[in-house]
Design a protein around this ligand. Structure first.
Ligand code: AMP
Ligand code: TRP
Length: 325
């Protein structure tokens, strides 16, 4: 039997090339080898205020993005989190297993609540437990994510192990899959930060639907470091980040990338990088127009049915073990 993968993204903001290179690209690569579940996590989205109309639209848009990126509904299960009520139910159970101290250590909450916990929703604090539930419901073996989710994966393993210890073998303990290159694409404007959907500076990110002129302009304006060599160098994070994007989109090795730009300046480098990004995104941008709403809702409906089958078995087992049902 194939091993199982679960991953998801939030239907908020605009997806950027960090999401693509850190997560989506690997989802597509892994779907042949694994039994894959890719979820649109709309219940996570409401941990911060959302406009209901926009959220509904973004949820379907994200399904289109998965498909255009190459997630194949014949191979992988694509579904919306809220269509499978077991996610919220298991989250309640695991809330009673997780500890306050454990959640207080989560760095994403500290970032997202901007240090003002009293004003944050309880949901934002509890966000990681819902994510743990997403993963454990499907007896997941592997979770492909970017670097920023590593701590949440550690929590997932801890809660699964605790539950198994206290109530008997119930959950598979999942491993994270964090790509060796591209797990943390940085902001084009400030290489001390990751590229982020919620960045107020729109020039800091290349969005998946940016047109060729916008991509070229953003790369031209991207900050660089002192020094002129186009080389991977931890001390020069801005140029290393741009080279990483080039490496992943050109398919070259890091040595080939450095050799390719030897003796060239930032001007040439940025021009070629922009062309590479534009070409890399082109098939995706053409494909995204292909799916109409009817086709999409069929895919999501059958995805939810398949997901529910597995999720309901796991939840039943959990309730039985706990003396609930
Ligand atoms: P989100 O859209 O925040 O739900 O994230 C979806 C996926 O993209 C997650 O697996 C993240 O870890 C990944 N991701 C987000 N930002 C970046 C980034 N700057 N570089 C690499 N991966 C990222
Ligand atoms: N928290 C993840 C993010 O912001 C999204 C997510 C929710 C997720 N549930 C998940 C990722 C389960 C992997 C597995 O990127």
């Amino acid at each position: 039997m194939k091993k199982r993968i679960f991953s998801g993204a939030q239907p908020t903001g605009e997806l950027h090339i960090g999401n693509y290179l850190g997560a989506l690209k690997n989802w597509v690569k892994l779907q042949d080898e694994y039994d894959a579940f890719y979820c649109i996590v709309n219940l996570h989205a409401i941990t911060v205020p959302q406009d209901p109309k926009v959220l509904r639209k973004k949820t379907l848009d994200l399904a289109r993005i998965y498909l255009a990126a190459g997630v194949n509904p014949e191979k992988s299960t694509i579904f919306i989190q809220s269509d499978v009520a077991e996610h919220a139910e298991l989250a309640w159970v695991l809330n009673c297993v997780a500890r306050m101290g454990e959640l207080e250590r989560m760095t994403q909450f500290k970032d997202k609540s901007k240090g003002n916990a009293a004003r944050a929703s309880v949901g934002l604090f509890d966000y990681p437990v819902l994510m743990v539930s997403d993963i454990l419901l499907y007896q997941t073996d592997l979770v492909p994510v970017g670097q920023d989710q590593k701590q949440h994966l550690e929590l997932t393993r801890d809660l699964a192990e605790r539950f198994n210890r206290d109530f008997g073998e119930t959950f598979v303990i999942p491993d994270p899959y964090i790509p060796p290159v591209g797990a943390k694409i940085l902001s084009l404007k400030d290489p001390s930060k990751k590229m982020s959907k919620s960045d107020e500076n729109l020039n800091a990110s290349i969005f998946l639907l940016d047109d060729a002129d916008t991509i070229t302009r953003k790369i031209k304006k991207a900050v660089t470091d002192s020094g002129t060599d186009i080389k991977f160098d931890e001390e020069r994070p801005a140029v290393t980040n741009l080279l990483t994007i080039y490496q992943l989109m050109s398919g070259k090795t890091s040595e080939e990338c450095e050799a390719h730009f030897e003796g060239k300046g930032y001007g040439d480098f940025k021009r070629e990088l922009a062309e590479t990004v534009v070409e890399y995104m082109r098939p995706f941008q053409e494909k995204i127009k292909e799916y109409d709403d009817d086709e999409l809702s069929k895919i999501l409906k059958s995805g939810a049915e398949k997901a529910r089958e597995i999720a309901s078995k796991t939840l039943k087992d959990v309730y039985e073990k706990m003396g609930i049902k």
